[in-house]
Ligand binder design. Structure first.
Ligand code: ADP
Ligand code: ZN
Length: 724
């Protein structure tokens, strides 16, 4: 509808730009809040959302501009979603318009639906000499009916190209049809499994609550957490509501999607960054219309304008990738809880290694604990062996201990598979010149370049900078003088090939499998036992199930412990536990070997004795003593700019009025550990605050006292995960 009549109403419209509030526009009639409208903004025409008027009513500018168009075929954004975006903006201290932008990041969502080419039988007589495939297509069709190509191909059991050639030969006729309807309804009764007793109790506990409720669904890998939370999915579906399942690495979740389809008879809608614009459009609209019942997505799917959301599942709730570190900095796990609270619905956090924040909320009674005590079907947990590298390290050029190599050998002899885990891409983390000691560093970052032998180059893992591997040292000119220090997965691969020349080994990292299709093929080869030894980064740690994998070796179990970061203990435990969970998931017993220089470290001991409660208790006690999260709230403030002196000067000015008192302390400014990133210098403050105070207000008051020079940037990171 185009607006041209007299405009008697004033509406507030929020636009997806870095603005803090909605602007006023005129329109000829009353519009429901949440309507999507086209409005002029400076020289542009942009799509915004009719928002709640600011307190005291919409301001009336002298020259009121008019709404240009109302998108009446898109359902208005629900009030609860608008409220959610507002709360997310104020919690993260981001401009509201930037948050709206995340919810509308689908440029083509408002175009009219594109028609698709369909096919109908032409009147031409059926040719006797048809190939079997072509005949199947014709037989699958009825005269007078139109068919979309993909479903027709499925029905006839051929590829779409067969249909296209039939059309070219005049046996089929092309017709324009409406765009394909979005995914069909998942059916909770399609193929449900029978839960065992523990699982039934857990499912009952999850589903007996009405209204807002957060549950932690906790249990070791393989205990059936997924099956149990599927019962919450089914409950919401039976009530006619939508469900959102958040997964940390959606591009890697093929197995999960197949499993969903087996249970519910149709594929769920997907939401992640690799979708085509057409897929994004279709899903966004189907979610907004309430037609898409189940969305499986990365953290950004929380921003979709669900028409009738009934339940949110956050799988692997402890996963750090739920934290978005750029643009609007937010933690999708925490925001899922907020969204559930506003919508008065249930939120299920799922993990075998819950975060300390979540455990604290459980212990304080804010979250309900739903626990699965054992692996499904009686599969045993793997045995964990600690290997003391102080005693077993052979020389500086080798990284696998004799104990681990022996265990691998025995595994291969039994016809089983081994996995070596090292969370480091490339060949070596540091490369230097043997002659002069020159270290290869990134030109733009405070970081060493990592050699990637397979690609013959050196790479910065922070900014993506790549140089070809030089023939001679740029410092002293000595030829062929590069030496590698420390291991990456490529180097472990070399050592494995040297030790087990007969075995079939592969490296699995984001370098070798950056394309989901490629990864899927590789995973299939592992399941089919075409591979004996897998050397992988964390890409392999999650979710996969390899029945013949019984031996897991962690090359450097200490890797996450160094650096002294707040979550070092927690993260190391979570990652090592997760990797260990890859071993022996079927009938064969699994063994895990942790190579460590600190066999007495609390994490190693807790893993070995499977004493998770002990570790959680100690960790929470230490955090409480140090007044660290989850007992306090942290805020990271990062000042960055191209000229270090300007950054320091501004940081010092800020320091003079930094909040300091009984309930809040400010540390810094200090040069960030990653002092230079993409040619910008970075200085940090860390604010430690009592959780009872309104920290956003405190920070706003503080930072508004000093004017930020236009060349500098100030980033606020509420509840930081990264301290680099
Ligand atoms: P988790 O999510 O805790 O790792 P899953 O839900 O993936 O556990 O279950 C582990 C394995 O056990 C899967 O292969 C799953 O299909 C199977 N499983 C779990 N519970 C049942 C059940 N009640 N009936 C049949 N199979 C089950
Ligand atoms: Zn760099």
């Amino acid at each position: 509808m185009v607006i041209d009549k007299e405009n008697t109403n004033i509406v507030s419209v929020l636009v997806p730009y870095p603005v803090d509030k909605a602007y006023s526009y005129g329109v000829d009639r009353a519009l429901p809040k949440g309507s999507y409208v086209l409005v002029p903004l400076g020289p542009r025409e942009v799509i915004g959302v009719v928002w709640d008027a600011p307190e005291g009513g919409a301001d009336k500018p002298k020259k009121l501009k008019n709404v240009l168009h109302v998108f009446e075929d898109v359902p208005p954004m629900p009030a609860v979603h608008r409220q959610f975006l507002s709360r997310l903006a104020s919690y993260t201290m981001s401009p509201l318009g930037n948050v709206l932008k995340m919810a509308m990041s689908v440029p083509r969502a408002f175009d009219p639906p594109p028609p698709v080419t369909g096919y109908t039988l032409s009147t031409k007589e059926m040719d006797e000499g048809l190939t079997a495939k072509r005949r199947k297509v014709i037989e699958a069709m009825e005269y007078g009916q139109s068919y979309r190509p993909a479903p027709l191909a499925r029905k006839a059991g051929c590829s779409v190209s067969v249909i296209k050639t039939l059309a070219k030969d005049g046996l089929l006729r092309e017709v324009l049809m409406d765009a394909e309807s979005p995914c069909s309804d998942p059916n909770p009764n399609y193929d449900p499994v029978t839960l065992n007793e523990h699982q039934q109790t857990a499912a009952q506990k999850l589903n007996e609550q009405e209204g807002f409720c957060v549950s932690l669904l906790d249990g070791v890998t393989g205990s059936g957490k997924t099956e149990v939370y599927f019962s919450a999915v089914s409950k919401a579906l039976r009530e006619g509501k939508q469900v959102l399942i958040l997964l940390p690495e959606i591009a890697l979740s093929n197995a999960f999607l197949d499993r969903f389809e087996d249970r519910y008879g149709c594929a769920p809608a997907l939401w992640h960054s690799d979708l085509t614009p057409a897929q994004r459009r279709k899903t966004w609209r189907a979610v907004a219309a309430g037609e898409s019942k189940v969305v499986i997505g990365a953290r950004s799917s929380l921003m979709l304008p669900f028409a009738n959301l009934g339940c949110i599942i956050v799988d692997e709730e402890h996963d750090p990738s739920y934290k978005q570190e750029e643009g609007v900095i937010y933690n999708a796990r925490d925001m899922a809880v907020l969204r559930a609270a506003l919508g008065k619905i249930s939120c299920v956090l799922v993990s075998a290694t819950p975060s300390m924040e979540t455990m604290h909320n459980v212990k304080d009674g804010r979250y309900q604990m739903v626990h699965l005590p054992a692996r499904f079907g009686g599969a045993l947990m793997p045995d964990i062996h600690l290997i003391d590298m102080k005693e077993e390290r052979e020389d500086a050029q080798h990284f696998l201990s004799q104990s681990l190599k022996t265990a691998m050998e025995e595994t291969l002899e039994r016809g089983e598979q081994a996995l070596l885990f090292l969370n480091r891409r490339g060949y070596a983390p540091l490369t230097l010149c043997r002659h002069c000691g020159h270290r290869y560093e990134c030109d733009r970052c405070t970081a060493w370049l990592v050699e990637h032998k397979s690609q013959h180059n050196l790479q910065c893992h922070h900014c993506g900078y790549v140089v070809r591997k030089p023939k001679a040292c740029p410092e002293c000119g000595e030829a062929d003088s590069l030496v590698a220090c420390g291991p990456g997965v490529e180097r472990i691969f070399d050592e494995v090939q040297e030790t087990f020349p007969e075995a079939k080994s592969i490296v699995l990292s984001s370098d070798t499998a950056d394309d989901p299709k490629e990864l899927k093929a590789l995973l299939k080869r592992i399941v089919n036992k075409e591979i004996d030894i897998i050397i992988g980064t964390q890409i392999i740690a999650k979710g996969h199930h390899f029945p013949k994998l019984t031996c897991v070796g962690v090359v450097d179990a200490d890797l996450g412990l160094t650096g002294g970061d707040l979550r070092a203990t927690e993260r190391t435990w979570q990652l090592l536990h997760q990797v260990s969970g890859r071993a022996g998931r079927a009938e064969d017993k699994g063994h895990v070997y942790l190579q460590t220089y600190y066999p007495d470290n609390k994490v190693m001991l807790a893993l070995q004795s499977d004493d998770r409660e002990g570790l959680i208790d100690i960790e929470l006690m230490e955090r409480e003593g140090a007044f660290m999260p989850p007992f306090s709230r942290l805020v990271g403030i990062i000042i960055s700019g191209h000229k270090e002196q300007e950054v320091i000067h501004f940081a010092q000015e800020l320091a003079r009025c930094a909040p300091y008192g009984d309930t809040v302390r400010t540390l810094g400014p200090a040069p960030a550990p990653l002092l230079r990133l993409r040619n910008k210098y970075r200085y940090r403050f860390l604010v430690v605050a009592d959780k009872k105070i309104d920290i956003q207000k405190t920070i706003k008051h503080w930072t508004s006292q000093v004017k930020l020079p236009s060349k500098l940037r100030l980033t606020v990171d509420i509840d930081p995960y990264s301290f680099l």
